[in-house]
Design a binder for this molecule. Sequence first.
Ligand SMILES: Nc1ncnc2c1ncn2[C@@H]1O[C@H](COP(=O)(O)OP(=O)(O)OP(=O)(O)O)[C@@H](O)[C@H]1O
Ligand SMILES: [Mg+2]
Length: 272
Amino acid sequence: MALIELDDVTKAFALPHGGTKVAVDGITLAVERGECLGIIGESGSGKSTLGRLILRLLEADSGTIRLEGQDIRALGARELRRNRHRWQIVFQEPFASLNPRLTIGQIVEEPLIVAGGYGSRAERRQRVIDTLEEVGLSEDFLDRRPANLSGGQQQRVGIARALVTDPSLVVLDEPTASLDLTIRASILRMLNRLREARGLTYVFISHDIETVRHFCSHVVVMHHGRFVESGSAQQVLDEPREEYTRNLMAAAMPPIPYRGRAEAAGATSGAS
Ligand SMILES: Nc1ncnc2c1ncn2[C@@H]1O[C@H](COP(=O)(O)OP(=O)(O)OP(=O)(O)O)[C@@H](O)[C@H]1O
Ligand SMILES: [Mg+2]
């Protein structure tokens, strides 16, 4: 049984001036346990909408969504809340996704309280500390607040909050897009290590095709809410069958500002 099974899932949004926009258009998909599925596609192609539908953070209009065999569209509000801890998400903007009034300790503990069944206060606190350590943050962060952390540290908190309940599935929606290049690499390495150590299944939404190539076992390419291509990462990215995928890859420019700085620095040192 696949961990994620989608059958003909559709979602349309009402437009402010009438009409609708079909953001996800009849998607059928299976993701096996332990896989990392990369979702690529131009802006507005429906990647985030699909990621949210998978976790029922958005309600689909039609279709079936099964996680670990469970039809999540059929779950009542209480059942959904009780099951949420198994299926988590990490967002692109860590600061926007962390409650600024809470301490890091409270933020990471919150999913444990919502789900229930994670023991006494002391046991929950220990679990929070252990998880913070797993993402590279010490106990010293417990009483600090999001505003006092760097972007990379904030995202580590976002990841700790997603992992603290020991989920089977994590949707990562451009988790490093807002971070400096140097921090990106270390966060991605950490995510990869955690996936292996915990046997996690990832859905990894990204514009960065090179990262997807290194990070993901499988890839789907989205365009106007549909898949234009899917398969192993190697097959899709090394030998794309569709022109849309080839264009997407051609358009994925190297990071110009960074390169510009590197070249400028090289030129300066060469001249001196
Ligand atoms: N809450 C919403 N209300 C109305 N339209 C929406 C809403 N969310 C998304 N859309 C529309 O649905 C389409 C898909 O959006 P989505 O955010 O899923 O794209 P995306 O592939 O994640 O883009 P990006 O790469 O820019 O994050 C877009 O046309 C978007 O404008
Ligand atoms: Mg998006």
